[in-house]
Design a protein around this ligand. Structure first.
Ligand SMILES: Cc1cc2nc3c(=O)[nH]c(=O)nc-3n(C[C@H](O)[C@H](O)[C@H](O)COP(=O)(O)OP(=O)(O)OC[C@H]3O[C@@H](n4cnc5c(N)ncnc54)[C@H](O)[C@@H]3O)c2cc1C
Length: 334
């Protein structure tokens, strides 16, 4: 789909093949936008052979030789997936995974006690919630503590103002992510095996400059907390900075078109689409659309915890109830 227009109380969807579809409502469920390019890498003029900007859209290990090295930018779940894909596709060379803090997702453990969901706000502020979770973690297991607050994270996010949300993203998000989005034990075993065999290393630091050389790419980076730059030579760089939601940097044709028409605008923190409390997209005039709604990770500015499938499922069920007016009747018929 390339386009949506609101006309005469209806929406008209413009398809790639030139066809048009008319509907009473449209729901944008476009998933995540691909990662943005790292500024130092974007300016280096690397060929697609040397730089994979979207790890989901390209082969990763093709043409790499065993003595070569690969730099994976980002150390979250996307990086983990990419490392597994590289090694299961036969790449035996060195892999360096780098991010500002070098934090990677923690291991999940099976067989823990059942999670006791917290249903009321245990702390007034997002930052205090993290402190509360730390104390709970000491009393049981940090995984149980993190999972127990899942039912109220959307509520905590909703009650925080833009400044508190921004502070959470700046200081706590990386720590939240590695505790919240964990590795299955088998995956953690494989990653630890690669680290032990020295094929994989995680590094904390900042990429400052990238230079294309005839046989490789020279990456100049500064380890976290150090002054001196280091040089790393790799055959390929793979962008694993994770899915993004900043509409203003998006190249997606539908998103660009809707922006141009003024039908959508970024949320205050540029995490995705601005929506109202009922899920209608909010346009550049600040007025919510009557006919176009959005769900999924692009609504994380409003809900925060809406990336994993169970949370999206709840959001979809609530939207479906509203669309058929079942919320007035208690949901009969759904
Ligand atoms: C590395 C990684 C690991 C993850 N692991 C987990 C996990 O273990 N558990 C979990 O619950 N979640 C996980 N997630 C998150 C989860 O996969 C996503 O948040 C979820 O798939 C989003 O669902 P969605 O339906 O909103 O979007 P998607 O599943 O991305 O689907 C969007 C669809 O919209 C289509 N589309 C986009 N634009 C257009 C257009 N203009 N016209 C027509 N179609 C369009 C796309 O082609 C796609 O089919 C992970 C995510 C990542 C990146």
């Amino acid at each position: 789909m390339l386009d949506i227009e609101e006309r005469g109380g209806k929406v008209t969807l413009g398809l790639v093949n030139g066809g048009l579809v008319e509907a009473d409502k449209a729901v944008l469920a476009i998933g995540n936008l691909p990662p943005h390019d790292h500024p130092a890498i974007a300016g280096a003029g690397l060929t697609p052979w040397r730089y994979v900007g979207d790890p989901w859209a390209s082969p990763l290990a093709e043409g790499l030789r065993p003595h070569q090295a690969v730099l994976v930018v980002g150390t979250g779940l996307t990086a983990i997936d990419v490392i597994l894909r590289l090694t299961s596709n036969g790449f035996g060379g060195r892999i360096v995974a780098m991010s500002r803090r070098g934090l990677r997702p923690h291991r999940h453990v099976d067989g823990l006690a059942p999670v006791r969901p917290v249903l009321a706000k245990p702390a007034p502020e997002l930052s205090e919630l993290v402190r509360w979770a730390r104390q709970e973690a000491k009393a049981s297991d940090w995984r149980l503590a993190v999972d127990s607050i899942r039912p109220i994270t959307q509520m905590m996010w909703a009650s925080a103002d833009a400044e508190k949300r921004a502070r959470f993203l700046r200081h706590l998000r990386p720590f939240w992510d590695v505790h919240r989005h964990r590795l299955a034990p088998e995956v953690a075993d494989r990653i630890e095996g690669l680290i032990r065999s020295r094929q994989l290393v995680f590094r904390a630091g900042k990429i400052e400059d990238v230079v294309s050389e005839p046989e490789s790419v020279a990456v100049h980076w500064r380890p976290r907390g150090e002054e001196e730059r280091q040089r790393l030579d790799v055959a390929r760089i793979i962008n694993c900075t994770g899915p993004q939601g900043d509409l203003l940097r998006a190249s997606d044709p539908l998103v660009r078109r809707l922006l141009k028409q003024g039908l959508i605008r970024p949320d205050a923190l540029r995490l995705g689409l601005d929506i109202d409390r009922d899920g209608h997209i909010v346009g550049q005039t600040g007025r919510p659309s009557e006919h176009i709604l959005a769900i999924g990770p692009m609504t994380r500015g409003d809900l925060w915890e809406v990336v994993a499938v169970p949370d999206i499922r709840t959001q979809v069920a609530a939207l479906a109830r509203r669309l058929v007016n079942a919320h007035w009747t208690g949901g009969e018929g759904l």
